[in-house]
Design a protein around this ligand. Sequence first.
Ligand SMILES: [Zn+2]
Length: 490
Amino acid sequence: MKSYRLILPILAVALITYFFLNQPQQQNEPVTYDFDLIIANANLFDGSGNAPVKADIGIKDEMVLAIGDLKQNTGKESIEAEGLSVSPGFIDLHSHADRKVLEIPQVPNMLQQGITTMLGGNCGGSPSNIGEFLAQADKVKLGPNLAVLIGHNTVRKEVMGTENRLASEDEIAAMEALVGQSMKDGAYGLSTGLKYVPGTYSNTEEVVSLAKISAQHNGIYTSHMREEGLGLLEAVKETIEIGQQAVIPVHISHHKAVGLPMWGKSKDSIAMIEAARNAGQDVTLDQYPYTASSTSFAIIFPSWSLAGGNDALVERLSDPETREKIKQAIVHNIKTDRGGGDPARIQVANYPPQPEYNGKTFKDILVERGLELTIDNTAELAIEIQSKGGGQAIYHAMEESDVRYIMQYEYTSIATDGANAQIGKGSPHPRNYGTYPRVLGKYTRDENVLELSDAIRKMTSLPAARMGLTNRGLIKQGYYADLVYLILQL
Ligand SMILES: [Zn+2]
């Protein structure tokens, strides 16, 4: 009996879809159907990259059942969309909203920028028990849909803590088992954050072993690569090699070229990605549309100094010789990497011990203290902040031309790299609120970096394809009615 219950509704949907597909409005006898919702006279971008068409959209049971002239039909509700554009809801491949989604399930900062589906667990950090997490997420009233990756750092921490060494065979086997279980429990793939502790202590072979497990379960491999500054091109090479060796689709997260010496190098990194694609490999990427990144203060510290957690770092800093080594490494990173060579380029996003610093740059703080604006003083301030527990920083260290070049690449999806921001808390990176509006406004309408239909494709069908979603990311009969109204002043 159970099988009937499953089959009948599917048949009903299939018949109705067929009916509308095959009964065009020029037929003399008008068809009427009672939709849950009719969106009338929309300027419809279907997400494929095609030019918009004027159409009505008929929705029933969360699905798009008809597109066209639906004047003869009725809807329990209808929305007059004359003057509005409608596109598929945006699919954010690079979300960190899983971190607080059980506390802030509506994720308003994401919903309000048009996001209807988020892929979380990025940069190597994810819930450790994917099955349990998804079960809990099912019980809260989520805003956007949510899928998660299993994070390499999460798994490595569980097996090895934050030790600075390679994994033994047994430890790799233990990590493989955790990744395998996570994939069975519903993870979409494996993410790495090879710049962060403890993933930074792993070698390529370890990642390949784990990516193979993801591949066995039809998962993908996403990576916040080992380096995005001086070592960027080597990191792209490693990422592509991991994809080849594990035979898995590869997705490069928040692609960028960080630090003054690397400005302009996105041409080389994209050329490497294009070459891999031309050789038949499945490689894609995402990007947020800003010249500033945001992550911990710890990222400008040498990774060896961070092993064992913050107490261990403070311990190391108490030894003058070690402290000097750490400081010189930070000076190097400020000059060549996220520091951008200037204290004005490092900004405090969230520093709980002194919230009055939120929003201020290191330059502001040094000026307040009457100190010279040297790289040395900048490094000292970083050490002070991290010693007191650290926090989140914004680093203004990218070049606009790289942002544009990466954005225009055919296989670049737009993504936030954001989390559940709360208005009034800290001074977070604007990507948490404005990623999609900024691409549509600044980069599409004002500056013509992207053509509008293509910008929408990069927010919808392209990321849907990356996730392997076959019923989201387009406005099409039989697809979920995840829709966004766009008020476009063209
Ligand atoms: Zn990241």
